[in-house]
Design a binder for this molecule. Structure first.
Ligand code: PMP
Length: 439
């Protein structure tokens, strides 16, 4: 019986816990896309450690790499000292980069969270430019440290903290459905770029010489919003012309999830700095920053962190990256993403309260709306958070774990393991339809 465990947890665990409140399960076992709870019920895991489990739970290739590392008398922990396992991991990361980036890249190991890799990216941009200000985007999510919250959008927790980093300018992110310029489409891309260029040219904006611009090519926590390629190309040009470091946060959308190894590759651009975490450790904690070698001006001790040398995570990460490349998993993620998107579009035609279907590859979302509410400037109905929560619960009852995100938590987010099959995608869709019909 899982009830005593859940009761005890809710008494003992901090109020800041989030997932167990909405997904009150005691998970005991897992394999591939499936997890099993203490009552024996099986669930499809379309959260997958917030996108961390590219190959799903306990993939044999990853397990084998971890077991091999554990039985080889490896040093368990080495700070950032060199080991053969680390060397193999670094080679694998470089082999995963587009050649034009790999030829001139450096890697820095970080404390093992995504947030730490973003902090390191901001510090590197400040150190190389001697400047401090940062451009970031509305709706962004870069982590939960004071620095990363300063450049993120989620206002509730952020405002509760008081002063954060100064010199941060939040800019509009191109959102076709809730367009900040009220137009959507190609016109919005031009308006957005023009707005940013104007800001950078006008001394009165106070932000003419920022150190960096940081963005997610697909906003995840912000509601699964994919940036248009042409916009990313425009930002690459603008930042290059002005000597602003372009930091592309691939922590969630990178590592084959959107149908390319890195999401920036869709736009055929190269970032200056790229923080990576989540899937690169094959499910174990690991984070790095990859950046252009000209930026490598910092000195020993400029960025450290005790757990930079997690050998098991590097072994699991190497096995994951190799598998992804050998089995063309990025292409598979693209195909499965298109299959899932087709199901979501059918769901949208059947249920009027699904306002928007969006995302890229296997990073997809649906915005839940209230057709009876007052439409916005573009004629779209307001979000319906309560219905999104109901839908999440109805899916959970039918054996599907998914998460909510975006403004007001009204976007349903689907982040399945990338090894999901045709039949499993269709099964996810069956559950989505049944859940939608039941609420
Ligand atoms: N950046 C992005 C794009 C993320 O999605 C996340 C985590 N959801 C982070 C940074 C922060 O990573 P971590 O939780 O490991 O600090």
């Amino acid at each position: 019986d899982s009830t005593p465990v859940l009761d005890r947890q809710s008494r003992q665990e901090s109020n800041a816990r989030s997932y167990p409140r909405r997904i009150p399960l005691v998970l005991e076992r897992a394999s591939g896309i499936y997890v099993q709870d203490s009552r024996g019920q099986v669930f499809i895991d379309c959260l997958a450690g917030a996108g961390t489990l590219a190959l799903g739970h306990n993939h044999p290739v990853v397990m084998e790499a971890i077991h091999a590392a554990m039985s080889s008398n490896l040093p368990m922990h080495t700070l950032d000292l060199t080991t053969p396992v680390k060397d193999a991991f670094v080679q694998e990361i470089f082999d995963s980069l587009p050649p034009a980036f790999a030829r001139q890249a450096r890697i820095q190991f970080c404390g093992p969270t995504g947030a730490d890799a973003v902090e390191a990216s901001l510090k590197l941009a400040r150190t190389t430019s001697g400047r401090q200000n940062v451009l970031a985007f509305q709706g962004a999510y870069h982590g939960m440290t004071l620095g990363t919250m300063s450049i993120s959008g989620n206002l509730g927790p952020k405002n509760a903290l008081g002063s954060l980093l100064s010199g941060v300018q939040m800019l509009p992110y191109p959102h076709n459905y809730r367009c900040p310029f009220g137009t959507g489409g190609e016109q919005a891309i031009d308006l957005n770029l023009r707005y940013i260029e104007q800001l950078l040219s006008d001394p009165e904006s106070g932000i003419t010489a920022p150190s960096a611009m940081i963005l997610e090519p697909v906003q995840g926590e912000g509601g699964v919003i994919a940036a248009p390629d042409r916009w990313l190309q425009g930002l690459r040009r603008i930042t290059q012309e002005r000597g602003i470091a372009l930091i592309v946060d691939e922590i969630q959308c990178g590592i084959a999830r959107t149908g390319k190894m890195f999401a920036f590759e869709h736009a055929d651009i190269i970032p200056d700095i790229m923080p990576l975490s989540k899937a690169i450790g094959g499910g174990l904690p690991l984070a790095v920053v990859v950046y252009r070698e000209e930026l490598d001006v910092w000195q020993p001790g400029a960025h450290a962190g005790t757990f930079r040398g997690n050998q098991l995570a590097m072994a699991a990460g190497t096995a994951t990256l190799r598998y992804l490349k050998q089995h063309a998993v990025a292409d598979h993620a693209h195909q499965m993403g298109e299959r899932l998107r087709a199901h979501l579009l059918k769901l949208q035609s059947a249920f009027g309260w699904i306002g928007d279907v969006r995302g890229r590859g296997l990073m997809l979302g649906m915005e839940i709306v209230d057709r009876d509410g007052e439409p916005d400037g573009q004629g779209h109905p307001p979000v319906h958070t309560a219905r999104a929560k109901q839908f999440q619960q109805a899916c959970l009852q039918r054996g599907l774990i998914l998460e909510l995100g975006g403004r007001h938590g009204a976007t349903v987010r689907l982040l399945p393991p990338l090894i999901i099959t045709d039949a499993e995608i269709d099964f996810v869709a069956t559950i989505l339809f049944a859940a939608a019909a039941a609420i």
